[in-house]
Ligand binder design. Structure first.
Ligand SMILES: [Zn+2]
Length: 480
């Protein structure tokens, strides 16, 4: 191919006189080319004409075509140590001006959004969407929770040394390649073979409109769903933690749902974006039967990884509640959840003496009886609350929301909602797949600005992994 033929092919693709084009390229597919990579640069400059502007990224490993643009004497660089670009043409100065002053490297006030404002194009020559830096612009505008700060020391155009931090800077892996099918489906991308390269052209405004809409509905839109991709697992966890941080309730998870061993629990909690754990079982053994030293060690291991213990939970009525209180206190756990039973008053007295919080989960009683038993036992102790366990009320053949919650006036006493579900015949189910009315309970508690605990897999078996349970909660929250 020669320069003239390439210019004609670019015009056919949609590049017009006066166009502003951001070019991401690889020279490999342009071979053989008369005049080499310089001829490719000239073909682009000819296609946009003297009133058009050609832009290339000027950071990282960019390929020989971008290097040739950078080397031209009339190339203008955007002054920024992050996301800098080089441009040739009448708009080059305007596009790059004061790039370093923008609060983000790719958002408003940067060449990437100016290209949108000036109604420019992006051309991917022999490369795919993975190289499309403008998609970082969309991430920055959406202020996605997994983006980080980046800091650099650099010289501003007036020669002064400065240190600056940019917000919403992109991290490691992205699945930009996986976004192209949306563009094809919406018809906002043209793809043609030119010489031996696949060449893509899209209008920047169309790209922003489409991707912002997708990203507003799904903040994980640019991440891959490969469970072996540690980058995207971590970034998804940041999105989850951000979603939960906007809730008034505090989220915790059952330790036996989180895993069998402490390191496994930590890894699963981190991957899910959850930073609290309710200790019921470790290695299949009841935590309340562990020695103080062992339990304290486990609490320390969680704390080291930024995970707090929300409670110690029992599934049996202990002979001597005071011993359990002593164990929790010794291990540094500030709250105990007992099953509601005949020694509830004794447990309250022991907790009160040790100045430790206590909760009671309904254990086969109906709502009215459970509330009455709890209130009698907890009278006069403010740090005593009720842990509402939907499968427990299902076991008592009640509708946990329509009957137990309402008749027991649970709103007055509830300090925790267990996110677990079951059918009338006792089978554990995923959230809102059984008779536990979990969705109704969670929704009413949110309406009543409930600021207590919500525990994934709390006080009941869960038919799935922690990740399944966390996703089930997302689905519930998105659908209320
Ligand atoms: Zn990934």
């Amino acid at each position: 191919m020669n320069k003239k033929e390439l210019t004609a092919a670019l015009k056919k693709l949609g590049i017009k006189r006066g166009s502003i084009v951001m070019l991401h390229s690889s020279y490999v597919g342009m071979e053989p080319m008369d005049g080499g990579p310089d001829a490719v640069v000239d073909a682009f400059l000819d296609a946009v004409g003297p009133t058009g502007t050609l832009m290339v990224p000027a950071f990282g490993s960019l390929g020989i075509i971008a290097e040739k643009v950078k080397a031209r004497p009339n190339a203008v660089f955007s002054p920024c140590p992050r996301g800098t670009i080089a441009a040739i043409g009448p708009k080059a100065e305007e596009i790059g001006r004061d790039h370093w002053k923008a609060p983000t490297a790719h958002g408003e006030g940067t060449p990437f959004t100016r290209l949108r404002d000036l109604d420019g194009y992006i051309c991917l020559l022999g490369v795919d969407q993975d190289r499309n830096t403008t998609l970082h612009s969309i991430e920055a505008l959406l202020e996605l929770p997994y983006l980080n700060d980046t800091t650099a020391t650099f010289k501003t155009p007036d020669g002064k040394e400065r240190t600056k931090t940019w917000k919403y800077y992109p991290g490691p892996h992205r699945d930009f390649i996986g976004l192209e099918h949306y563009m094809r489906h919406e018809g906002i991308i043209k793809i043609e073979r030119i010489n031996n390269a696949m060449v893509r052209l899209m209008r920047v405004r169309d790209l922003f409109d489409l991707m912002l809409e997708i990203g507003e509905h799904d903040p994980a839109f640019a991440l891959c769903d490969n469970p072996a991709c540690a980058d995207c697992v971590k970034q998804r966890a940041a999105i989850y933690a951000d979603m939960i941080s906007k809730e008034l309730f505090k989220l915790t998870a059952s330790s036996r749902l989180a895993g069998r061993y402490v390191p496994e629990m930590i890894e699963n909690l981190k991957a899910a974006g959850i930073s609290n754990i309710e200790l019921d079982y470790i290695q299949g053994k009841a935590c309340a039967k562990m020695s103080v030293d062992k339990l304290k060690k486990a609490v320390g291991e969680f704390a080291e990884e930024g995970i707090a213990v929300s409670a110690l939970r029992l599934f049996y009525l202990p002979e001597t509640p005071a011993d359990v209180v002593k164990l929790a206190k010794g291990a540094g756990i500030k709250r105990i959840i007992f099953p509601l039973g005949e020694n509830a008053a004794e447990a309250v007295a022991a907790a009160k003496a040790a100045k430790i919080a206590v909760a009671f989960a309904n254990n086969g009683q109906g709502g009215i009886l459970a509330a009455k038993t709890f209130k009698e036992a907890a009278a006069g102790y403010k740090a005593a609350s009720f842990a509402l366990n939907p499968p427990g009320f299902v076991r008592a053949t009640e509708f946990p929301f329509l009957t137990s919650y309402k008749k027991g006036r649970m709103v007055r006493i509830c300090g925790q909602l267990d996110l677990a579900d079951a059918t009338w015949d006792g089978c554990a189910t995923r959230l809102a797949q059984g008779n536990g009315e979990v969705k109704e309970l969670l929704s009413i508690l949110r309406c009543e600005t409930f600021s207590g605990w919500v525990c994934l897999g709390g006080g009941a078996a869960y038919p799935g992994s922690l990740s399944d349970a966390a996703n089930d909660l997302t689905r519930l929250l998105e659908n209320m």
